[in-house]
Design a protein around this ligand. Structure first.
Ligand code: GDP
Ligand code: CDP
Length: 226
């Protein structure tokens, strides 16, 4: 079997992790696992972890490490046979250490986006809750205002994208992320991208992954997509 590829994308809320992850998934065939989407699925399904997580997310707080790792590590075990890109997990040093003991990462992509840009984007972010599809009323608006392009269902704004929760989230992110970034830098797998536009970052991410993804894996993916 071809060697599997493991990547993580780090960045503050609104930095474009979800947007870039979707491009990675469609260009390189990696499975994209968004911890935010997975949490929202658990909240919608009222699982034990979901009910607990909801109380934190509504306050703009992080879900405790033991809840996150208990949710995510079993999900990763289900994806053992796939190459994947993790988005939103790990968020803290404790989560990064738990992930370390479960698997070895090949690449960490870190998005470094100015604070004003983040605030501006999140204010305009709307999602389709059933699918997790993300719109931005300016960057990628839906074809019909307020309505999902595919299902025709109404779009909503996350509780945690509303102004009250937003500022607390952005402030907290930096403190918590720094040791995670330092850990991956020390391991020599960190790749940092700084810009205000996803479209300018994407070509660099794409060429990094083209260089890093093992040729036999890329060949296998080409064979399945053509
Ligand atoms: N204006 C603008 N908006 C962007 C850009 N990249 C992503 N967005 C939007 O910004 C919001 C946050 O992006 P998302 O990928 O959800 O970020 P995440 O929170 O890091 O996963 C979404 O509404 C995106 O559509 C960009 O380059 N410019
Ligand atoms: N590892 C994680 C991931 C998400 N979360 C929570 O879930 C929310 C939504 O996650 P997300 O990844 O969709 O959103 P962003 O905060 O990246 O925009 C976060 O704001 C956190 O409250 C967490 O506590 N810990």
């Amino acid at each position: 079997m071809a060697k599997l590829f493991r990547a993580v994308i780090l960045g503050p809320p609104g930095s474009g992790k979800g947007t870039i992850s979707e491009r990675v998934a469609s260009s390189f065939g990696l499975q994209h696992l968004s911890s935010g989407d997975f949490l929202r699925e658990n909240i919608a399904a009222k699982t034990e972890a979901g009910v607990l997580a909801k109380t934190y997310i509504e306050k703009g707080a992080l879900v405790p490490d033991h809840v996150m790792t208990r949710l995510m590590l079993p999900r990763l075990v289900e994806m053992t046979r796939h190459s994947w890109l993790l988005d939103g997990f790990p968020r803290t040093l404790a989560q990064a250490e738990a992930l370390n003991s479960a698997c070895e990462l090949d690449v960490v992509i870190s998005l470094n986006i100015p604070l004003e840009t983040l605030k501006d984007r999140l204010r305009h972010r709307w999602i389709h809750p059933a699918s997790g599809r993300v719109y931005n009323m300016r960057f990628n608006p839906p074809r019909v205002q307020g309505v999902d392009d595919i299902s025709g269902e109404p779009l909503i704004q996350h509780e945690d994208d509303k102004p009250e929760a937003l500022v607390a989230r952005l402030r907290h992110y930096k403190d918590v992320a720094k040791p995670v970034i330092d850990l991956y830098r020390a391991k020599g797998i960190l790749h940092m991208f700084s810009d205000t536009e996803t479209d300018r970052i994407w070509p660099y991410v794409s060429s990094l992954l083209s260089a890093k993804i093992p040729t036999d894996l890329a060949d296998a993916q080409r064979a399945t997509t053509h």
